[in-house]
Design a binder for this molecule. Structure first.
Ligand SMILES: [Zn+2]
Length: 219
């Protein structure tokens, strides 16, 4: 198969990811080396650069990425191993043709909200200004972020994410695990991820306030 991506585009986009990772690290979004990031280099056939397994995401460099195909197999000789969750990235690129970058992080708020809302199967958010960061401009827009079970079997997890994802809402939550978010390029994927994390934090605070108000009313 012929992979038609240019070396300079590969380096430029991986540098963009490294810069995004520095920003996420400052926010504490890579606890205990968790998380993985990728950028698409070619759609047909699929090839993308993804973080290698076990790297400290807080100190990523361009040398911590390898290029893999649609089956998450390395396309070049390397001693690096792709992150275990690389199949999830491949699934997103296969299901959402305009996805150009995919980001996966474990944070407190995405974990808490994913568990709290799991029985509903989705997190519903309405009317927040930051929904516009997802390029959704309707008045009082509502979004629903799907939640899947945290299957230890990664191919099963990836397939379920592919089945539930909604291309209009560029993220899926994994229960008590984290979020996978994407966008047409690194810049858009970063904006989406930041918007989702802000909305989960906002929802957490709102629920806390409501709980406190109920408790206060009962005094
Ligand atoms: Zn993970």
């Amino acid at each position: 198969m012929t992979y038609a991506f240019k070396q300079e585009d590969r380096i430029r986009t991986v540098v963009e990811l490294v810069d995004a990772a520095k920003n996420f690290a400052e926010k504490g979004w890579f606890p205990a080396t968790s998380g993985n990031l990728s950028v698409k280099l070619s759609g047909e056939p699929l090839a993308f650069a993804v973080t290698a397994s076990g790297k400290d995401k807080e100190n990523l460099t361009v040398h911590d990425f390898l290029v893999v195909d649609a089956d998450s197999k390395a396309l070049e000789p390397t001693s690096l191993k792709p992150s275990a969750e690389t199949l999830i990235h491949a699934e997103v690129y296969k299901r959402v043709p305009n996805a150009g970058a995919c980001l996966h992080v474990h944070t407190q708020y995405n974990n808490l909200i994913s568990d709290l809302m799991f029985e509903r199967g989705r997190v519903r958010i309405q009317g927040l200004e930051l929904i516009k960061a997802l390029n959704i401009w309707e008045e009082n827009a509502a979004i629903e972020i799907p939640i899947v079970e945290n299957w230890a079997d990664i191919p099963k997890l990836a397939a379920e994410i592919g089945d539930v994802l909604d291309p209009r809402v560029p993220a899926v939550l994994i229960r008590n695990h984290g979020i996978t978010a994407w966008g047409e390029n690194v810049f858009a994927a970063k904006r989406h991820l930041e918007a989702f994390e802000w909305m989960f934090h906002n929802l957490f605070l709102k629920l806390t306030l409501q709980g406190n108000a109920l408790a206060a009313a009962a005094l």
